[in-house]
Write a protein that binds this ligand. Structure first.
Ligand SMILES: C[S@@+](CC[C@H](N)C(=O)[O-])C[C@H]1O[C@@H](n2cnc3c(N)ncnc32)[C@H](O)[C@@H]1O
Length: 216
């Protein structure tokens, strides 16, 4: 029996100390290759103008850019503290990414601005996922692809324990549990998608998460 979902935050990660710790965590996930980038490429994300929703410190979009060399990389991030770290990290990668402060439920972009939209680990923080899915559809060009990956709450308890113990720095471990408790199950996300413009998406599960992918 999967426990009821518990909301973690509706305003992203704003606390400076948490943001710095999160940067270390995301860096360690990158170094382990556990950031969903290969899955995004396998789902059909290729060059063009790429938007990353909730980039946090930016490693997912930056690693993807290293591999697929898009025409441009833009990030839409609700937390100013995260945005500053993403800008610093993009400079370290020598990638001219452009990070914009904004809420994915009302994105500051024209219709049909992007060829691809990606997001990792952010969906469980979105106050209204249906609205965010509709926004992703709106800013995509016709034929554009999306790939949204996140944790899933219906993960086996043994896997949860394994990932908990391998999470570094240790200070991130309680946050991992609150994020898991806020994450969706496959059936919940399938139902939400059915009420959005991403209703034709394919939803798959992997070791620890879920992946929503499709084409406009
Ligand atoms: C858990 S972090 C994941 C960061 C990064 N994508 C990664 O995989 O390492 C979630 C990020 O989504 C951002 N976020 C949460 N809600 C958002 C929203 N409504 N609009 C834009 N960004 C949001 C948070 O501020 C945070 O930076």
């Amino acid at each position: 029996m999967v426990k009821t979902r518990v909301i973690e935050t509706n305003e992203g990660i704003q606390n400076e100390v948490t943001v710095k710790t999160f940067d270390l965590f995301a860096r360690s996930m990158r170094d382990k290759g556990w950031n969903g980038v290969d899955g995004m490429i396998a789902s059909g994300i290729k060059g063009g103008d790429v938007l990353e929703v909730g980039p946090g410190p930016g490693y997912v979009g930056l690693e993807l850019s290293k591999k697929i060399r898009p025409s441009s990389l833009t990030g839409c991030e609700i937390s100013p503290a995260m945005l500053h770290i993403a800008e610093k990290n993009a400079a370290e990668y020598s990638i001219p990414a452009h990070y914009v402060l904004g809420n994915c439920m009302e994105m500051p972009f024209e219709d049909k601005s992007f060829d691809a939209v990606i997001s990792n680990g952010s969906l469980h923080e979105w106050e209204n996922p249906i609205r965010a899915f509709d926004e992703i559809y709106r800013v995509l060009r016709t034929g554009g692809r999306y790939c949204i990956t996140d944790l899933r709450r219906d993960v086996h308890p043994l896997k949860k324990a394994l990932v908990y113990l391998s999470t570094q720095p240790k200070e991130m471990r309680p946050g991992l549990i609150t994020s898991l408790n806020a994450a969706y199950t496959i059936s919940e996300i399938t139902e939400l998608l059915r009420h959005s413009n991403l209703r034709n998406a394919t939803v798959t599960s992997d070791f620890f998460g879920l992946c929503i992918a499709g084409q406009k």
